[in-house]
Design a protein around this ligand. Structure first.
Ligand code: ATP
Ligand code: MG
Length: 566
């Protein structure tokens, strides 16, 4: 490609709402342009990077026997009603009617469509396993589209769905996809971590996320200092605490504790470690057709993990409850406890199971109970709702957990029969009995990956594409196109590199050297061969983008050296 022909509108200005390097540089370097909130055009170089990523994914999917299909983007709302997800997805689903008044949805994901594709067609265990995938535009009317390609409303996703006759076979496929995804990210030159994820409201038996490590990541992940363990903070677990503070042994009693509302005040009042206090967190749980207040009880030294709270209560959303809302139903903020509390539903953190000598609110203004034995509540709903902290112990070894930031670029999920049951997609097993398919689902954010690569690979001058993601590997730059010798060498190198199947551009634009060099850095070609004044002395220069290294090479060796580098 000749840059004199390429549609490459580079600019000095970044979009006013751009804060992340990927958003700034992909816009400035002419890879993408914004249409409206969360909607982007891909220009020639942007499209090229997308295709690179798609090709890598296709190769790795082919290698594990997954088959590419392409399902309709416009999907009948009936299918979403059948699965019950039309309400769950809420406003993220873009709905519209056709001229015959039929309701449709722009596909935000394709579980229903994929199940519909195989149901009543794949009918025997002999036709299993089956793994189908597509790379296809998705639409989610995200509440807060932001960060350019990172959280768009229209975006490109690779979504795969597998069908199995038994759980063991699903496990095998799940592991195979995990390995294939690792290869994709490794080939893209990304530093990533695979972490345990929240299985969410959908249920299922296991899920993992692929996180590209970057400070700008929206997800917090807890990683072990010693072993491979890593988990999204929404799902992270910790080992049992060993440095247990001294127990404040006391008889059960009700105590006047005027104005002692916070955990700090409470532990100060009784001179006990917050470990022995019970914290109450009040939330409003939002469901499809209603909402209700619920209380979450944890040790005073711990914090509620909202996603865990949402998961265990199967709520669609979870929001803070105000003091007024609480008093309306007879609860006293600052003095709420799990004993004698029958006004609202509550969940107790698993770490409080059978805890002794605890201090908790007495559900009466200015009173707390001391010497509480939690085992009187053994029949209550206990669940892991705690957020792990930095410094907590790893659940698998004696290492320590610390936080890091990640960009979720993939999510693999053991669905089990969640969708096949409701959509009545069944096969006949070896004994001739009908059973719902056991399913897996595997997503990868293709357009988000474009941004993730740049988040991890950029400097103050622009993009630094990795070898397998670069739109072009080499930029042959003719400093002065009016100089016949320079131009002739440029043309020759361009042709030779092309004949060797190197992806190469020729910068033959009538622009100043300084401008071209800035552009080369902004766009981020891994290598630029600079043909300039030194040609008179038989020399050209190789500029390596990742290291900013400049190396003078004799003209007769340049092709050889370049081929060796790439
Ligand atoms: P997130 O938590 O970031 O909203 P998700 O859990 O909704 O992601 P999935 O439904 O698992 O995402 O979709 C699979 C993949 O699609 C994600 O891992 C992510 O890489 C990508 N993806 C999801 N939403 C968006 C979006 N709005 N813009 C770009 N990519 C997205
Ligand atoms: Mg989402």
């Amino acid at each position: 490609m000749r840059l004199s022909n390429l549609y490459l509108p580079t600019t000095k200005e970044a979009p006013s709402d751009a804060s992340l390097p990927s958003h700034i540089f992909l816009s400035r370097a002419g890879f993408i342009s914004q249409v409206a909130s969360g909607l982007y055009n891909f220009l020639p170089l942007g499209k090229k990077v997308l295709k690179k990523i798609e090709n890598i994914i296709n190769e790795e999917m082919e290698a594990i026997g997954a088959q590419e299909v392409e399902l309709s983007f416009v999907t009948p709302a009936e299918l979403w009603q059948e699965s019950g997800r039309i309400e769950k997805f809420g406003k993220e689903l873009l709905r519209f009617k056709d001229r015959k008044e039929n309701l449709f949805v722009l596909g935000p994901t394709h579980e229903e469509m994929m199940v519909n594709l195989v149901r009543n067609k794949v009918t025997s265990y002999k036709q299993l396993p089956l793994h189908l995938y597509q790379i296809k535009t998705k639409f989610r009317d995200e509440a807060r589209p932001r960060f350019g390609l990172m959280r768009g409303r229209e975006f490109l996703m690779k979504d795969g769905y597998s069908f199995h006759a038994n759980v063991e076979d699903l496990d095998r496929e799940f592991n195979a996809v995990e390995e294939a995804y690792k290869k994709v990210l490794t080939r893209l030159g990304l530093n990533f971590r695979i972490v345990e994820a929240d299985s969410g409201a959908i249920g299922g038996t296991g899920s993992k996320e692929l996180m590209v490590l970057a400070d700008s990541g929206e997800d917090t992940i807890a990683v072990c200092s010693k072993c491979e363990y890593g988990a999204n903070i929404e799902a992270a677990k910790r080992s049992e605490r060993t440095d247990i503070p001294k127990e404040p042994v006391a008889e059960f009693n009700k105590f006047l504790t005027p104005d002692t509302k916070s955990i700090d005040e409470l532990s100060e009042f009784f001179k006990v470690d917050a470990y022995y206090t019970v914290k109450a967190v009040a939330k409003r749980l939002v469901y499809e057709d209603r909402s209700e207040i619920a209380l979450f009880f944890l040790r005073g030294c711990d914090a509620l993990q909202e996603k865990k709270a949402q998961s265990v209560t199967k709520a669609i959303d979870i929001v803070d409850a105000s003091e007024e809302e609480l008093s309306e139903i007879g609860l006293v903020a600052g003095f709420m406890g799990p004993l004698d509390q029958d006004k609202v539903k509550y969940v107790i953190d698993a770490d409080l199971y059978e805890a002794k000598n605890m201090i908790c609110g007495a559900n009466e203004k200015d009173y707390h109970f001391v010497g509480v034995d939690m085992s009187v509540l053994n029949d209550a709903f206990f669940a892991d709702i705690v957020e792990v902290k930095e410094g907590d112990g790893c659940p698998y070894c004696d290492g320590e957990l610390s936080y890091t930031k990640g960009i979720e670029v993939g999510h693999i999920f053991k669905l089990g029969t969640t969708y096949s049951k409701v959509l009545k997609a069944e096969f006949l097993n070896e004994r001739g009995q009908a059973e719902p398919f056991i399913m897996g689902t595997y997503g990868m954010g293709v357009s988000r990956l474009v941004a993730a690569i740049i988040e991890q690979h950029h400097d103050e001058n622009g993009c630094i594409w990795t070898k397998e993601s670069a739109p072009y590997m080499v930029n042959v730059m003719v400093s002065n196109v009016k100089d016949e010798a320079q131009m002739a060498l440029g043309e020759k190198l361009y042709a030779e590199l092309k004949s060797k199947k190197v992806e190469v551009v020729l910068d033959d634009r009538k622009e100043r050297f300084g401008f071209k060099m800035k552009d080369a850095e902004l766009v981020g070609y891994p290598y630029t061969i600079v043909i300039g004044k030194e040609l008179e002395n038989g020399m050209v220069q190789i500029f390596e983008r990742a290291t900013s290294n400049k190396e003078n090479i004799q003209v007769e060796n340049i092709l050889h050296v370049m081929m060796e580098r790439i």
